[in-house]
Design a protein around this ligand. Structure first.
Ligand SMILES: [Mg+2]
Length: 356
């Protein structure tokens, strides 16, 4: 792995999230009338912002840095970041994630804080694990720790692992075949994840036949938009990755066209393809028009650099300077979140008005 892989993973997640966000929950027909195609940011006068998918990916990166490869430290650190995140009143949060963080605040151990759900929460923070961890058993245990913090249905962990492994494979420039990836996934997860593996085989065959992600989504019952169920979100995200392994913008566009949970599905695929194409493969205008602070693009790039150092040295010490830089701006987060909440509410009201 190289620095550009990790940078590409974080920025790829962020841009998929930001481009997909205004379309979340809209039907395809309505999205076309109200917003038009996802060629640029459409959240706020041509600018974009990120949601929980990117925030959780950054927390996971920070927890990886703090852990220095120790899964117990990782679990505890990520749990604290989620606890504080909830106090910032995030505008978008999954129900299982909300319940689990409340349980963490009530004193539940991060091992038992999760609730039985197969929502896509664990998948949206999984690509970064695959980008940063090359050892397979270690990857498996980190994905499990991250997933179970909020979701205990084993399906959630399998879906998250499929994403993490795809990110790992995406870094190998030579490997462009879904066959090797699916064989490895099957070897790692075994029979219990058979349903997911079959869905992913279907996705690979559909991509190979040149079908659009929309056609595939329709074939698995997602004609009205891709749901937040991890066995629907992840196969559609991976379809776009199989179909456009080197074309970041085309993959994001293909996903947004499916409707439904557009920001999370695009964030998942964006994190995977970002590992392969790096920052250079992401449209510059998308990066330039993100309005985020304190978690700006340069901040995310510094985070990626720091994570790269940790993966190379196995040491967590150097992250402290980085964390301090972030904490000096922590007062800005409530203001940022209030601004973001107003934009989300504006979109909510805008949708009540024509064109229908
Ligand atoms: Mg989101």
């Amino acid at each position: 792995m190289s620095e550009s892989n990790i940078t590409g993973c974080i920025l790829g997640t962020a841009m998929g999230d930001a481009i997909g966000l205004p379309y979340e929950g809209l039907s395809r027909r309505r999205a076309a009338k109200l917003l038009g195609p996802p060629t640029h940011h459409r959240l706020f006068f041509g600018r974009g912002m990120v949601s929980d998918d990117t925030e959780h990916t950054c927390f996971t990166a920070q927890a990886l840095i703090a852990s220095g490869g120790d899964v117990e430290l990782f679990r505890k650190d990520l749990a604290w970041r989620l606890r504080w995140w909830l106090l910032g009143l995030p505008a978008g949060i999954g129900l299982a994630t909300l319940k689990s963080i409340v349980r963490l605040w009530l004193g539940f151990n991060p091992r038992n804080s999760g609730v039985f759900s197969a929502g896509n929460g664990p998948a949206m923070r999984a690509a970064i694990l695959g980008a940063a961890i090359s050892d397979r058993p270690q990857l498996r245990s980190f994905v499990r720790a991250s997933s179970r913090l909020t979701h205990t249905d084993p399906k959630a962990e399998y879906g998250a692992f499929a994403v993490a492994l795809a990110a790992q494979f995406a870094q190998q420039q030579s490997s462009n075949s879904s066959t090797a990836y699916l064989a490895e996934l099957e070897a790692c997860l075994g029979h219990e994840a058979q349903e997911l593996i079959e869905l992913l085989h279907q996705a690979a065959a559909s991509a190979q036949a040149g079908e659009t992600s929309l056609t595939f989504a329709q074939s698995i019952g997602q004609a009205k938009g891709v749901s937040g169920y991890i066995y629907r979100s992840v196969p559609v995200a991976l379809h776009a990755c199989f179909r456009y392994p080197n074309d970041y913008a085309a993959a994001i566009k293909a996903i947004v066209e499916c409707g439904g949970d557009t920001d999370s599905v695009a964030a998942i695929a964006g994190g995977i393809i970002g590992c392969r194409v790096g920052k250079a493969g992401i449209p510059e205008i998308w990066l330039d028009n993100l309005i985020e602070w304190p978690r700006s693009i340069p901040w995310m790039e510094q985070l990626a650099e720091q994570l790269q150092v940790t993966t190379e040295t196995g040491k967590s010490s150097s992250h402290r300077g980085r964390d301090r830089t972030f904490q000096s701006h922590i007062w800005a987060l409530p203001f940022r979140n209030i601004f973001f909440l107003f934009i989300v509410l504006f979109h909510g009201f805008r949708r009540l008005l024509p064109p229908y």
